[in-house]
Design a protein around this ligand. Structure first.
Ligand code: FAD
Length: 428
């Protein structure tokens, strides 16, 4: 392999590793928070090369648990997206393909219906006043494409929204670029190591194949699912590889079949909510053997569907521990389609060649929470990773926590919430 061409070394205040939605939001928040700050954003590829490019884009509260500390984190982040839309000229609803479509959680069995009732009470008591139940007749009136039987009732939240992850990443990058030479995007450049000189182990810089990038204030690891293996190698602590790891997700994009009524809302079967419990890893094949890269676990498939801003259908999704293999096995595509056809029978008319497949590594955190903040024992090193299936929603609040820790500006979150995100290496 040819050696990378040597580029000029750089000095910045903060170097962010990874230009997914977390790295991009963090860069923008830092640039906006401190007019003197110089921020580098480094990616081995281009923005959207990881999970961000595959995500469905639901910014939802309907399937979340109000008893979790993540509830306030998610609520705050959703509000922050609205503030970003109102205050950053590049982040327009059109640029983000923002759709205030609302959400619909579907119950197809008596057990599911019971879950919906419980969920409604929880959401209402947490202050989500627009959460309401719809009986079968109303569900079919709202979404005529749904099959009889697949949706006996539904929980609706009108205030839930969605965006397009790729479009959001592009707009965030545009917004960062307005800061001129205070923003240093470095794409197609991979970080090879952290520079941790002496016994203090304070991070001074990062080393790429091409140069040294000094970071006087700090280095933020926002490498998504790659954060675990990266920290394991850099800190010589194998537990990191278990703490954050890839959980592959596959999403299908296809045209609306002839005769099918367009979907008005984002849809999700109520069983999806289980992914927000610690037990969910068992449903996606148990604890993965991360050393065996050929290992492909049993996939967990749950039905989700929405109409994109361009009018195509986005149908999801799968969850598997399959290492960093970003290909989508044909068997998974077929399983997602089979499940979707149970809900939307008209999809049986879609030909395989009409389906575009997206796959990405959701950054799964073994602790069940994203990790955002200082890495213990390594001054100058911060982590912002492990958002699994919620990174598009949680990016603005994540960025606010990093700003709070680096610059001292308030994130607006309760201390208990910030504490629940504290960086810790855990092993099951
Ligand atoms: C199918 C699917 C559906 C989803 N649906 C939703 C949804 O509806 N709502 C929601 O909120 N979230 C959703 N998500 C989750 C969301 O996409 C992720 O949580 C989020 O994108 C994670 O962002 P990130 O920036 O942490 O990671 P990534 O987007 O993976 O970014 C990490 C970056 O690090 C770079 N990198 C890796 N190694 C190196 C290196 N050595 N040097 C330099 N750069 C490196 C990669 O190239 C990559 O660009 C979904 C995900 C999937 C897969």
């Amino acid at each position: 392999m040819a050696a990378a061409a040597r580029a000029a070394d750089l000095e910045v205040d903060v170097c962010i590793l990874g230009a997914g939605v977390i790295g991009l939001c963090t860069a923008l928040a830092l640039l906006r928070a401190d007019a003197g700050l110089r921020v580098a954003l480094l990616d081995q590829s281009t923005p959207c090369a990881g999970a961000t490019g595959a995500g469905q884009g639901y910014l939802w509260m309907a399937h979340r648990s109000p008893s979790s500390p993540l509830w306030q984190f998610a609520q705050r982040s959703k509000q922050m997206w609205q503030v970003l839309l109102a205050t950053v000229p590049q982040l327009t609803p059109a640029a983000l393909e923002w759709q205030a479509a609302g959400s619909m959680l579907l119950a197809s069995t008596a057990e599911d219906e019971e879950l919906l009732h419980q969920r409604l009470q929880l959401l209402r008591s947490a202050g989500l006043a627009d959460a309401r139940l719809a009986p079968a007749a109303m569900v079919r009136q709202l979404e005529p494409a749904l099959s009889r039987g697949a949706a006996e009732s539904a929980l609706l939240v009108d205030s839930d929204v969605q965006l397009n992850g790729r479009a959001a990443a592009a707009a965030l990058l545009q917004a960062c670029k307005t800061f001129g030479n205070r923003f240093v995007p470095l794409f197609n450049e991979s970080v090879s190591s952290l520079v941790l000189p002496g016994t203090s182990r304070r991070v001074e810089a990062v080393q790429t194949e091409a140069r040294r990038i000094g970071a006087t204030l700090g280095v933020v690891v926002a490498l998504g699912a790659w954060s675990g293996p990266f920290l394991a190698a850099q800190l010589a602590d194998g537990r990191w590889a278990h703490a954050i790891q890839p959980r592959r997700g596959v999403l299908l994009e296809m045209p609306l079949p002839p005769g099918m009524a367009p979907l008005q809302r984002g849809l999700m079967e109520v069983g999806y909510a289980k992914h927000y419990s610690l037990d969910s890893r068992r449903a996606s094949g148990g604890w993965p053997d991360i050393d065996a890269h050929s290992h492909v676990s049993v996939a967990d498939i749950t039905f989700t569907a929405c109409t994109s801003a361009s009018g195509s259908l986005l149908i999801g999704s799968s969850r598997e521990f399959a290492g960093f293999d970003s290909s989508a096995p044909e068997a998974i595509v077929q399983l997602i389609m089979q499940r979707a056809i149970e809900f939307l029978p008209a999809l049986a008319a879609v030909n395989r060649w009409q389906i575009a497949v997206r796959a990405g590594p959701r950054p799964y955190a073994a602790a069940g929470f994203p990790m955002v903040g200082a890495v213990p024992g390594v001054p100058g090193l911060l982590l912002a990773a492990g958002h699994e299936g919620s990174g598009l929603l949680l990016a603005p609040a994540t960025a606010a926590v990093i700003c709070e820790q680096l610059l001292g500006c308030s994130s607006g979150l309760d201390a208990a919430v910030v504490d629940s995100l504290r960086v810790k290496v855990v092993q099951d």
